[in-house]
Design a protein around this ligand. Structure first.
Ligand code: WT7
Length: 566
């Protein structure tokens, strides 16, 4: 029997008060995620249970019990407080998936500061816009990533501390400070800041279609959603060995790579090494992983690696498998059922929703290719694109919309309330995705309603790539769209027109690529640049990405009545 039991029954009867009761939270009272994820588990007598089994490059391993993560997060929290970090100050975590990242999230939350995790592969320009927007006060990083922060330090007057967790003793520069978790005096008791439900917790940046990345503000109350969804959507259980493969630079990696498993007092594993099918299977075998949360791109890569390799490992510990971030192909569901004896269950959410919204459940009939059904305590519909009223008949494609009110919903976009307000129509939160709902209430994902590219589960704004391209002296105009890819589903492709005096060549292609590489996150890099004489435009001069995209995907071009040059 799965944790959720009978889905239909749960959906009918569940209210968020149940989560409040189970977590002993009294409305109006103190609620601190950092405390819930460590101290509370220790108070319940499970302090000696392993909380984190971490493996880094070259197979080195570190283990932390709940007592260890409680103490370590206290130690980090006390250190930050000692530096003068105040409640609601932004503290950025800019690290690989090392233990300090996971423990740092709890430490920051314990002192009431706002955690701002950023993916460690970001270059200095990606980093700058996010630290500038959030007016971040401190960055915690590793020495290998510190140069990227140093490069922009002069442009960031609010940034007071660059904290290096693995400092090698070389002289530190102005505003730099070393912190070593291992060498610090462990802090047994930390005064936890009395955050309330609506106190801000995390700031995650996500790509927009037009402007700069938006900072999605979450609050401590999100805990209730993450707690319930980890239990009922991911079916996380007391004795699970849980592995979420996502990086905490993204929402999946905090909601389900830090908070979900730890509020449930479960043992989780982290592998901080690059992807290889062999390494992943070995990790599952070695740690006897029972519950695995991953992403379609990784699953497609595993499929590509073949079935022979699977036979070399004992993967019989696996009990529950789930996936998130992009459409999960029906073939991947069927394949996983055949090779692991368990199907990957598709789950759907966004940085903005903070927790799983539509999902498949253990024990419920799976329709491969469907995202499943709305989570109890949430109302999901598809809306007519013109009237913003829910479609009455099943099977019709519309905008996925959610009724606001679940605990993990974002509270605003940082410094951008106006864009936040635009996400609501007729009392619905508009996700920006399209889907249909079948007769049995299953959701079928169709695509995004904007030009954002989802490559391997990472959202890329065409605007950001185009802006980087046109900074190159040879580039006159650019348009960035997705093209199909067998592993990443979509990859980034750029169309470029050149200024007079420049001619297309392989050398110029390389030069432009190297130029934008310095400006973009590696995930946003185009796979291909196509030089062209002209870009399709509307009569008002707006570049029509959808025409270029349709060509790449071999689709009908659709209405071109507003095209300039037809
Ligand atoms: C966008 C959100 C969800 C956490 C990681 C990404 C797409 C997400 C699915 C799914 C099809 C999906 C949507 C969504 N997406 N899950 N199961 N099937 N598409 O968070 O970076 O905010 O991206 O990812 O387009 O809006 P994010």
């Amino acid at each position: 029997m799965s944790n959720i039991g009978n889905y239909e029954e749960r959906y009918k009867t569940f209210t968020w008060e149940q989560a409040e009761r189970e977590l002993n939270y009294r409305p109006g009272g103190v609620l601190n995620i950092g405390w819930y994820c460590s101290d509370r588990i220790c108070d319940s007598g499970k302090g000696d249970k392993p909380a984190l089994i971490w493996e880094g490059m070259g197979g080195i391993e570190k283990r932390f019990t709940y007592h260890d993560i409680r103490r370590a997060s206290n130690t980090i929290g006390a250190f930050l407080r000692g530096l003068g970090i105040q409640p609601e100050d932004r503290v950025c975590l800019f690290m690989d998936k090392i233990p300090e990242l996971y423990l740092g999230v709890l430490g920051i939350l314990k002192i009431g500061a706002i955690g701002q995790p950023l993916y460690s592969a970001f270059g200095d320009e990606s980093l700058f816009v996010r630290l500038d927007n959030a007016q971040t006060k401190a960055v915690i990083t590793q020495k290998k990533h510190a140069p990227k922060v140093r490069k922009i330090l002069d442009k960031l007057p609010h940034l007071q501390h660059l904290i290096i967790v693995d400092h090698d003793g070389k002289p530190l520069k102005d505003r730099e400070i070393a912190f070593s978790l291992e060498k610090s005096e462990p802090v047994e008791k930390l005064e936890i800041h009395p955050t309330l439900a609506e106190s801000p917790s995390l700031l995650h940046y996500t790509s927009g279609t037009t402007g700069l990345p938006k900072g999605v503000k979450h609050v401590h109350y999100s805990l209730l959603s993450q707690y319930m969804t980890a239990r009922w959507a991911l079916d996380v259980r007391e004795d699970d060995i849980f592995w979420c493969t996502a990086d905490p630079g993204w929402v999946t990696g905090t909601s389900y790579g830090v908070i979900g498993p730890w509020v449930l007092g479960v043992t989780q594993c982290v592998l901080d090494a690059g992807f290889s099918a062999e390494a992943w299977y070995r990790f599952i075998e070695k740690n006897r992983i029972t519950n695995w949360y991953s992403a379609p791109t990784a699953i497609r890569s595993l499929m590509k690696a073949g079935e022979e390799i699977i036979k070399k490992f004992d993967l019989s510990s696996l009990r529950a498998l789930s996936s998130v971030g992009e459409p999960l192909n029906p073939e991947a569901v069927i394949w996983s059922e055949r090779v692991f004896g368990k199907a990957f269950l598709d789950t759907y959410f966004q940085t903005e929703t903070g927790s799983i919204m539509i999902t498949n459940y253990q024990g419920m009939k799976i329709k491969p290719g469907s995202m499943g059904k709305p989570f109890p305590g949430t109302t999901a519909v598809v809306l007519d694109q013109k009237t913003f009223e829910p479609h009455k008949e099943s099977g019709k494609i519309g905008l996925i919309a959610l009724k606001p009110g679940w605990p993990a919903m974002m509270r605003t976009y940082w410094n951008n309330e106006e864009t936040y307000q635009k996400k609501f129509k007729n009392g619905w939160y508009i996700t920006g995705d399209r889907a249909s709902i079948d007769k049995e209430g299953y959701f079928w994902f169709v695509g995004r309603d904007d030009d954002i590219i989802n490559t391997g589960g990472h959202l890329v704004s065409p605007f950001v790539v185009e802006s980087a391209l046109i900074e190159h002296p040879a580039v006159a105009e650019s348009a960035v769209v997705s093209k199909p890819d067998p592993i990443n589903m979509e990859v980034v492709k750029a169309f470029v027109t050149l200024k007079a005096g420049f001619t297309p060549s392989a050398d110029l292609d390389l030069e432009i690529m190297n130029f934008i590489r310095k400006k973009l996150s590696p995930l946003a890099m185009p796979q291909e640049i196509e030089f062209t004489d002209a870009l399709p435009k509307t009569r008002s001069g707006k570049i029509m990405r959808r025409i270029l995209k349709a060509k790449e995907w071999g689709e009908e071009i659709g209405d071109t009545s507003t095209l300039e040059n037809d």
